[in-house]
Design a protein around this ligand. Structure first.
Ligand SMILES: CC(C)(COP(=O)(O)OP(=O)(O)OC[C@H]1O[C@@H](n2cnc3c(N)ncnc32)[C@H](O)[C@@H]1OP(=O)(O)O)[C@@H](O)C(=O)NCCC(=O)NCCS
Length: 384
């Protein structure tokens, strides 16, 4: 066991007009601290803050912004980046801090305020996480990058647009049970297929939305976790791997190799294999990506991820509940916050606090958070 998580909080995700990062963080932090009344704020030794872009709020110093809002100055407070993997990188940094013995209690934060900007500005800011020479300069966008992966997967393995649509239907269903989700409307396969094309074959409902939100987790040494709560969850393993920024340098764009390596490391560290995982929060920024990550996490053979959703194996109470929160697709995707929003869901699920979307027997859970087009992937494996 690497470390324990004794509390977690998350703001409502969505279009949060008039709220900036400070207020979104405050909402998540207040919920988190209410769950551990024995933790005095001054017991928090350090803060890591994941944020994707400095463009949305014209702010780089998220470490300071958050520490000040939390009343934690002059504690060390460091912003980490990694595009949409920033939240999991903040968690990983907090865990390493605690494991090193440097600190006892560390706060991991993820936050992003996106919706005050137009879709064009957000699309452009996201593309700063892509390869500059050929991909940015030729006008690629994240939807079009994942559309190419989808096309190739269809060509090579026979997945169909209906399989992608099934991922959206499943995750919208789960999101409809999550009062904090951005999109809480149930949809049908036909709704997905009839929605507007964003980058063929991906349509509006194949994409995660642009969202505002924050999520936090308190990490401690396993030896002291029970001083603060009877129901901590534990980090058994973690992994982090990278790949080329440009898709054109990869051998096979239908295989997310960094995700595979990040998951393999987490399994090895935890001493378990994929068959033990009951819940997974996977980075479904686009529906195809949930399918690719199911393969990389070992839930299916390579090239067969689409069969899981086709057969209902990844539905809420299927063999492996994938994205019970609604995932990025429906819970929403405030980029820097997403990695910790995944952890928030796992924290609730493992403590039987997930309400209408509670999954049975959630002994082991996996979170996979991705930055760029599978360019940096961070995984965490939990038990309780
Ligand atoms: C898909 C996308 C292009 C749609 O943006 P848009 O065309 O500007 O859409 P709008 O914001 O104008 O919204 C139009 C409607 O669709 C809805 N909507 C927007 N995005 C949606 C999504 N992804 N799924 C479902 N509904 C969505 C809005 O709520 C709105 O509904 P309303 O008219 O009932 O209010 C945008 O959400 C996007 O770029 N998503 C991907 C973000 C991304 O790449 N993240 C990083 C990945 S690592």
């Amino acid at each position: 066991m690497l470390a324990s998580i004794i509390s977690s909080g998350m703001s409502k995700i969505g279009r949060r007009d008039d709220l900036g990062s400070r207020e979104l963080f405050a909402e998540a932090f207040t919920e988190c601290m209410e769950k551990v009344p024995n933790v005095d704020r001054k017991d928090i030794d350090a803060i890591y803050v994941g944020s994707q872009s400095e463009i949305y709020e014209r702010q780089i110093m998220y470490g300071n912004l958050i520490a000040e809002t939390a009343g934690l100055l002059p504690k060390p407070a460091i912003r980490v980046e990694g595009c949409a993997a920033a939240g999991a990188i903040a968690l990983r940094s907090a865990i390493i801090d605690v494991m090193s013995g440097l600190h006892d209690i560390v706060l991991a934060v993820g936050v992003e305020k996106m919706t005050a900007q137009s879709t064009e500005v957000v699309t452009d800011a996201l593309m700063e996480a892509s390869e500059p020479t050929l991909e940015q300069s030729n006008g690629l966008t994240f939807p079009s990058i994942y559309a190419m992966m989808a096309m190739y997967h269809m060509h090579k393995y026979g997945s169909q647009v209906e399989d992608f649509a099934r991922v959206a239907v499943k995750n919208h269903h789960n999101g409809s049970l999550n009062p904090k989700a951005h999109l809480q409307k149930q949809i049908t396969v036909q709704d997905v297929l009839n929605s507007k094309i964003v980058a063929s074959p991906l349509k509006l409902f194949d994409c995660s939305p642009i969202s505002d939100g924050a999520a936090v987790a308190v990490v401690t040494k396993k030896e002291i976790a029970r001083k603060y709560t009877d129901t901590p969850i534990h980090v058994l393993g973690m992994g982090c791997a990278t790949d080329t920024l440009g898709l054109y340098s990869r051998n096979d764009i239908s295989w997310p190799n960094a995700a595979y390596l990040a998951c393999s490391d987490a399994y090895q560290m935890a001493g378990i294999d994929a068959s033990k995982i009951r819940i997974a929060e996977l980075h479904d920024a686009f529906t195809i990506n949930e399918i690719l990550l199911c393969e990389a996490a070992g839930f299916s053979d390579r090239g067969k991820g689409h069969l899981l959703v086709r057969n209902g194996d990844t539905s809420l109470n299927g063999k492996i509940s994938v994205n019970p929160s609604g995932g990025l697709k429906a819970r929403g995707h405030p980029t820097g916050a997403t990695g910790l929003a995944q952890v928030y869901e796992i924290f609730l699920q493992m403590r039987n606090e997930a309400g209408k979307r509670q999954v049975d027997n959630s002994d082991y859970a996996l979170a996979v958070n991705e930055g760029g087009s599978d360019a940096v992937v961070v995984s965490h494996l939990f038990d309780r």
